[in-house]
Each structure stands twice: as structure tokens, then as C-alpha cells.
Design a protein. Structure first.
Lengths: 73, 225
């Protein structure tokens, strides 16, 4: 599951990284956002979205995306 | 009256909350694993780092057995005060609107803050006086109050914004300078600053925090404001 701040919500971590990159000579960087990656094995993939809704993400402030790797990573 | 103060693994302000509550009534700790609220008339969800703040602050504490009982207690109209991490827990439990995000300056900050009492007509602020100010400490890294525009407009209209950082005091970047809100029913209150650390002028910088606990006592005991 990829969990990231909702669009439009101030993301000070992303902003700080965005300011740091040009200082290291990386140019043309914009729209930096920092989220979280949660990896897990689950028998029933139907449970993943409810897991995100109930615990893994806070839908008020975060968007999430589920990526399935059949047979395990 | 009796206060029940929850205690999670990682709570660190539970004893100060117990001490503050004991200034105005009886007070007892309630371990997170127990469902029995011990006949408490009001619950305090204290500050700290419940369950290590893993995942998000308050996200895991919300599902503890004691919190399940607190949610039921709140739904029946019981008074619940959440301080700092407790505020985060109550937001995660959806007993309060919005969420607390990382401070805009990304720093853990510990300082005395000046607060404006925006609504003194609540069960938690009736002893504060209309237009009053509180000087109490704040100490957190995840205290930036956030709610979407529609929610902010709704809680402003409904008088649910109870405390605001005074001009120049909003160090964490909270929306609308919000420091504390009540839920729709008015019986659940969360704030980021720490009234329980300001009950003794010798060590708290002021004793302004007592007014919050005193307000709760007056509400439970039916004392006219």
C-alpha cells in the first residue's frame, strides 16, 4: 500500500526535500511529496482496502493506493 | 465526582493529568487493556506517545479495549477530555472532527502558549470566563490542526472551536489558529496544549489549566456557571 498526503494538504516534509535538492545541484524538481509504503502478505486481498480505510491510512488527510504482487514479492 | 485517566503504553502525561484531576475531584488511572471505566464521571485521554505513535499518532490507541468503552461512554454523552496525544486519539476515533498533522516547521516544540477562549459556554471552559486567556504549555511535533474547508466552516458556525492560539502564538501552523475543539455533542473536547501541566504556579508558569478541570467538575456536578 502506498499512502501519501492528500493533494492540497501542506506537506512540510516534501517542501523541505524540495528545497534541499537544488542545494545539491539537482534542478527542475517540483511537487515533492513524502508518504509511506506498507508491505504485507495477506491471504484475502479483499481485505486490503478496508485495512487502509480503518487503520493503515487516515482517509481525512491521506490517499492510498493498493498494489498487488501475486505470489509474493 | 470521579475522573478516569487512561494509561496506554507510551503515555507520559498520565500522572500529571491524574494530579490535575485530583485537585478538583477523585481521580483514578485506567489501564488501556481494561474495558471497565470504574464508574468514572469523566474521562481524560492523556498526552504521550501511545503505542509508540507507530503508524500515526493515536491510530493504534484508538482500538484499545479502554478506548472502545470511552467511545461508547462519549456516545451516551459522557465528558471526555483529550490532551495532546489524547486529542490525536479522539480525532482518530472520529469523536472529534479533523486530524493533527506534523508541525509546519517540522520541529518538536516545547513552550508556553497564550490561548484565547473563543467559546466559554462549553462543559470544559465554563470556568474560564468569556474572552478569557489561558497561558499553558504546549509540547509536540504533530499538532497542526487540519480539517477540510467545509468542516472548518461547519465547526466555526457551530461554536465548536473552543480555543485558539492568540495572535503570533500559532507555532505549529494549525488551520484557523485552532488549539482546541469540541465534538458536535459538546461533550468531547480535544486540545494540543497541556492544561494538566499548568495547575501550580510554581512549576507550571501559571495555574490556568485548572480552569479546564474545574469546568468539567462544575458540569458533572451541575454547578451553575
Amino acid at each position: 500500500m502506498l499512502i501519501r498526503p492528500k493533494a492540497g494538504i501542506l506537506d512540510p516534509q516534501g517542501d523541505a526535500v524540495q528545497r534541499a535538492l537544488p542545494a545539491l545541484g539537482f534542478t527542475g524538481v517540483s511537487d515533492v511529496h513524502i508518504g509511506r509504503l506498507i508491505e504485507l502478505d495477506v491471504e484475502d486481498a479483499q481485505q486490503l482496502r478496508p485495512m487502509c480505510e480503518k487503520l493503515l491510512a487516515n482517509p481525512l488527510v491521506e490517499d492510498y493506493e493498493v498494489q498487488l504482487l501475486e505470489g509474493g514479492a | 465526582m470521579k475522573f478516569g485517566v487512561l494509561q496506554f503504553p507510551g503515555s507520559c502525561d498520565d500522572i500529571d493529568a491524574l494530579h490535575a484531576a485530583a485537585r478538583v475531584g477523585e481521580a483514578e488511572l485506567i489501564w488501556h487493556g481494561q474495558r471497565d471505566l470504574r464508574g468514572a464521571d469523566a474521562i481524560v485521554v492523556p498526552g504521550g506517545f501511545s503505542y509508540g505513535d507507530y503508524l500515526r499518532a493515536g491510530a493504534i490507541a484508538r482500538f484499545s479495549p479502554a478506548m472502545e468503552s470511552v467511545v461508547a461512554f462519549a456516545r451516551e454523552g459522557g465528558l471526555v477530555l483529550g490532551i495532546c496525544n489524547g486529542f490525536q486519539v479522539l480525532c482518530e476515533a472520529r469523536l472529534l472532527p479533523g486530524a493533527l498533522l506534523v508541525n509546519a516547521n517540522l520541529r518538536f516544540t516545547s513552550r508556553q502558549v497564550q490561548l484565547e477562549v473563543v467559546n466559554a459556554d462549553t462543559a470544559f471552559t465554563r470556568a474560564c470566563g468569556a474572552g478569557g486567556r489561558l497561558s499553558i504549555p504546549a509540547k509536540h511535533a504533530w499538532g497542526r490542526y487540519h480539517a477540510d474547508e467545509r468542516t472548518l466552516a461547519a465547526i466555526e458556525d457551530a461554536g465548536q472551536v473552543v480555543l485558539r492560539y492568540a495572535p503570533g502564538e500559532n507555532f505549529n501552523g494549525s488551520a484557523h489558529d485552532i488549539a482546541g475543539v469540541v465534538g458536535e455533542g459538546g461533550n468531547v473536547f480535544g486540545l494540543m496544549p497541556h492544561p494538566e501541566h499548568a495547575v501550580d504556579e510554581l512549576i507550571g508558569g501559571s495555574s490556568d489549566g485548572l480552569a479546564i478541570f474545574e469546568s468539567m467538575r462544575m458540569s458533572v456536578e451541575g454547578v451553575p456557571a
